[in-house]
Design a protein around this ligand. Sequence first.
Ligand SMILES: [Ca+2]
Ligand SMILES: [Ca+2]
Ligand SMILES: [Ca+2]
Length: 273
Amino acid sequence: MRIATFWAARAFLLTTRVAPAYYTNIVIDGQFDDWVGVPVVTVDMAGDGGNGPDLASLQVANNASNLFLRIVYHAPVNPNESGKPATLIALDNDVSLGTGYNIFSMNIVGSEASWMSDEPYQQAAGVVYSGDITGGDALIAPYNVATTNQEYAIPFSAVFNAGGDVFPSDTFRLLVYTSSTTAYETMGPVTYTRTRLIEPAAFSQLLLTNVIAFRVTNSAPTATYSLESAAQPGPTNWVATGFRAQGNGGDLLLYDPTGVSTVNLYRVMAEAP
Ligand SMILES: [Ca+2]
Ligand SMILES: [Ca+2]
Ligand SMILES: [Ca+2]
């Protein structure tokens, strides 16, 4: 029994990629230069799209407010054309098969929400459509034209009309699939953890640190050099900075490892062996 459980778990892990988080600001304009450097998190073979879109690759990124997807197709297709097979995104928002809709009964995602083209809706166990979503429409470009590339922005602020956040946690699972009735075309799933920008550290003054070096030319290999510091003027209480180095016969650089002071005086001491 334990062995069977192990293999089942392993098979599942093999099909679920963990996508690296990537913070960037994507502009949904149908131009893809802003995707340079964003990791491709999953790929899918050519020729298995049936009568619908033939999925090729997926990139995922986010910023503070949106999840960004780039879906690439093997052949030009209009995935937004009314009455034709569409591209859908499934969101397993708790990374649990035990909740949500089991897409294609594949046992790879339990989807709490899907987007068909730009329209999101709620899903539940055994229920392909279980309610509407507010504020979750996807922005897609190019839209409703034949293309091999689409970029999506999906707002993290989306809420279920029945109550609750569509993205209740930073980690979720995505599956791209199509509504082709013949292909069961999928790409993924991938588990993605939303990354949050750490603001640049605030500073109130320019502090020079040990990037400043004191140079002794023609240092003696037989001497040990050290750096001392003291408050000016007329210092009588020189304090060792802690920096000591053997001479090298040429230029010797000395640093203040505590951070160079812009108001103190420094002196270099040379000790005989
Ligand atoms: Ca763009
Ligand atoms: Ca494919
Ligand atoms: Ca779920």
